[in-house]
Design a protein around this ligand. Structure first.
Ligand SMILES: [Zn+2]
Length: 367
């Protein structure tokens, strides 16, 4: 073998070795794909309340540092089965002037802004209702809710050169599962929430913080986009995390009913890349009547959780896991005062899913 051939072989070998970690990462994703595809749907009773899928903390170009437009967001949301959207923009003069109203989806236009020392707040247009974007600041007294997950922060936590290169490999096989490489549930978010819940009602919400601004874009100097390969297209971020709102059957889906339920805490957060959570319910039973998340019940009330797939239910009382149940249903009694909430995990998950919840409910309060 000539020297040149040996050198060529060596370079080829190096190139092959370079692929190995990425191929391994892709292999783990393929294993996750097989696992998720093998989860059978199970028969469960019809939930006692209407379940409205939607998303909170979404940005467009109107608020800056995003390339998205309202029609694009609305189209993506409808594709993801959303029935409401809470768009929050960084305030800019006239930034909301091009609001789009669509008959098939309730769209709430609001703000994402820093309010003094209170941290980042997600507010309605009139700023009457605000939710705090999740970080470790003290939670503002006027916050009606708190982000218990923020996709953008999660992606920053998991950002690495390895994951960036891995994105291109995932384009080949499972682009829809690349999210799992960027998914970290920051326990400090849940700790802050549990601490607050000891003293007051506070709704947990999921924030996609969707910008559709990460990726490669080729555009003319006039701003005309010629080609784009985005890591965070809206349909991807909008399915990564959702906040489902619970309404009574027959109750109209309007911005008022959505906001009232969000403030009341009749809502839950889901990671839908794992599985469709529709059919999930966590509620109390008092005097034979179901009471939704966010309700206050007396000690001795029943608690019921159900999920449309075999799952591991963690019943959490005042921040501590009190009961764990594997199956499609958890039944318990709320004997002590405080708050009870549920986290739903999948049984025997593969590596990329280990320790990560599928669904996080809001609490039922006992007084
Ligand atoms: Zn934001």
């Amino acid at each position: 073998m000539t020297r040149r051939k040996r050198l060529l072989l060596f370079v080829l070998l190096l190139l092959l070795l370079f692929q190995l970690p990425f191929v391994l990462s892709l292999y783990r994703t393929a294993r996750l794909h097989r696992y998720l595809a093998s989860l059978p749907l199970v028969d469960i009773p019809k939930p006692p309340f209407q379940d409205i899928r939607g998303g909170i903390h979404i940005h467009s170009a109107a608020g800056g540092h995003s390339l998205g437009t309202y029609p694009e967001i609305i189209e993506a949301a409808k594709k993801c089965g959303y029935r409401y959207l809470f768009i929050t923009e960084h305030p800019k003069p006239h930034s909301l002037f091009q609001q789009v109203i669509d008959p098939d989806i309730v769209t709430i236009y609001g703000w994402d802004e820093r309010q003094g020392g209170a941290g980042e707040m997600l507010c309605t247009g009139d700023r009457a209702i605000c939710f705090q974007s999740g970080d470790d600041r003290p939670v503002a007294a006027h916050a009606k809710g708190l982000e218990i997950f923020n996709l953008h922060q999660s992606a920053i936590l998991k950002d690495s050169w390895f994951n960036r290169v891995s994105f291109f490999y995932h384009r080949l096989l499972h682009p829809e599962l690349y999210f799992f490489k960027l998914w970290a549930v920051d326990p400090s978010y849940l700790r802050t929430w549990d601490q607050e819940l000891r003293n007051r009602h506070l709704t947990g919400i999921g924030g996609s913080d969707a910008h559709q601004n990460i990726g490669l874009v080729l555009q003319t100097t006039a701003g005309k986009r010629l080609w784009a390969l985005m890591a965070d297209p809206y349909p991807e971020s909008l399915t990564a995390v959702t906040t489902h709102v619970i309404l009574r059957y027959g109750e109209a889906v309007t911005s008022d009913s959505i906001l009232a339920s969000l403030v009341a805490g009749s809502a839950y957060v889901a990671f839908e890349k794992i599985a469709d959570p529709n059919g999930f319910s966590f509620h109390a039973i008092e005097e034979g009547q179901p009471r939704p998340m966010g309700s206050t019940v007396r000690p001795g009330a029943g608690l019921v959780a159900q999920a449309p797939r075999r799952a591991v239910f963690h019943l959490i009382h005042n921040g501590k896991v009190r009961q764990m149940e594997t199956g499609t249903r958890l039944v318990a009694k709320a004997m002590e005062p405080g708050f009870y909430r549920v986290e739903v995990h999948l049984p025997d998950p593969p590596g990329d899913l280990e320790g990560k919840p599928w669904i996080i409910s809001n609490p039922v309060y006992v007084k």
